[in-house]
Design a binder for this molecule. Structure first.
Ligand SMILES: C[S@@+](CC[C@H](N)C(=O)[O-])C[C@H]1O[C@@H](n2cnc3c(N)ncnc32)[C@H](O)[C@@H]1O
Length: 241
């Protein structure tokens, strides 16, 4: 199966999301901390998954655009938007590179949980960098493949693969690839929150509430990031100069 179909098939199983909802809560709160009290005009969340991260922050946006190629994810996002009574939102179910936007430049782009899955990381980075206005922001997440904790996760996933439990393969993206790409494209890094989003094999031992409180206890938040050097997961706030 080609990479794109494999990724789509994987993410049509949206229950994966509910297993990791403490992480979505951390991402939602980090985005809120990065955005502060400012009101933003046009905001793009791509890929949005179930949309929760940007929909929960949508009071800060005049217009929100959600894009994802998973029909099931977009269905969930529409349900959440209805439940949260979000009016200023549009949905596109389609591929990132094939979406036609009404606005060619956004004030904020939120791109979390994509670099491990997209087939061409450099093409994706260049693409979103071109879609944000001068002075605008990109919030992007990456799991640093050079970090020792990522090595541990890969080892754990490798064992699961050998046991026939998992077939899905994540891209390896070092932090320096992301950071150099943004630097070269004329962006400044305004903030980064580092933590770990995996409990390597111990995940089932803890409830989502416990995983949330342990993560906060150990890593703090974006305003006061504790033990940052131990975090393999980076959420960056970049500004286009
Ligand atoms: C790990 S989830 C992240 C979702 C959300 N941003 C979050 O942080 O919760 C990755 C999402 O990327 C979507 N995706 C992957 N490749 C895509 C592509 N080429 N075009 C559109 N969506 C894509 C998947 O359907 C999935 O919903």
């Amino acid at each position: 199966m080609e990479r794109k179909s494999e990724v789509k098939t994987f993410f049509e199983q949206t229950d994966i999301y509910f297993n990791f909802d403490y992480n979505i809560k951390i991402r939602t709160e980090t985005v809120a901390e990065f955005l502060g009290e400012t009101q933003y005009n046009n905001v793009l969340d791509m890929p949005c998954g179930n949309g929760l991260i940007s929909l929960k922050n949508s009071q800060r946006f005049n217009q929100l655009t959600l894009v994802d190629f998973s029909e099931n994810m977009i269905k969930l996002a529409k349900n959440i938007a209805e439940k949260e009574k979000v009016k200023n939102v549009s949905f596109t179910c389609g591929d990132i590179f094939e979406t036609n936007f009404e606005n060619e430049a956004f004030d904020v782009i939120i791109s979390l949980g994509i670099l491990a899955h997209i087939d061409d990381v450099d093409k994706f980075l260049t693409y979103i960098q071109s879609k944000v206005k001068k002075g605008g922001r990109i919030i992007i997440q990456n799991t640093n493949s050079d970090h020792f904790y990522s090595g541990l996760i890969r080892l754990y996933l490798g064992v699961r693969k050998l046991l026939g439990k998992d077939k899905y393969k994540l891209n390896k993206v070092p932090a320096r690839v992301v950071e150099n790409s943004f630097k070269k494209a004329g962006f400044t890094c305004e903030n980064v929150f580092r933590y770990n989003q995996s409990f390597v094999g111990f995940s089932k031992l803890f409830s989502n509430e416990k995983k949330y409180s342990l993560t906060r206890k150990w890593f703090g938040n974006a305003t006061k990031n504790k033990n940052a050097s131990l975090g393999s997961d980076y959420i960056y706030l970049f500004k286009k100069d």
